[in-house]
Write a protein of this length. Sequence first.
Length: 75
Amino acid sequence: MERDSQLELYQAVADRLKEAHTRVRELQVPEGVRMALSRKLLAVTAVAKHDLADAARRLDRLMNDLDEGRFPQGD
């Protein structure tokens, strides 16, 4: 039972990461901002390898920021 819920969470995070990558790629923002968002996505992906629940929380925050138009400063 626990394994099923873990697999469901993994699939949900994978689907949301794919959606987030698409959204970041399609944003009309300066390249520095896009790079900063891409680094955040890479960080979430790395966390997902060790702590799926934390990755899901980080991804939720990132998606909320995208929804609200809050973008990191570009380099």
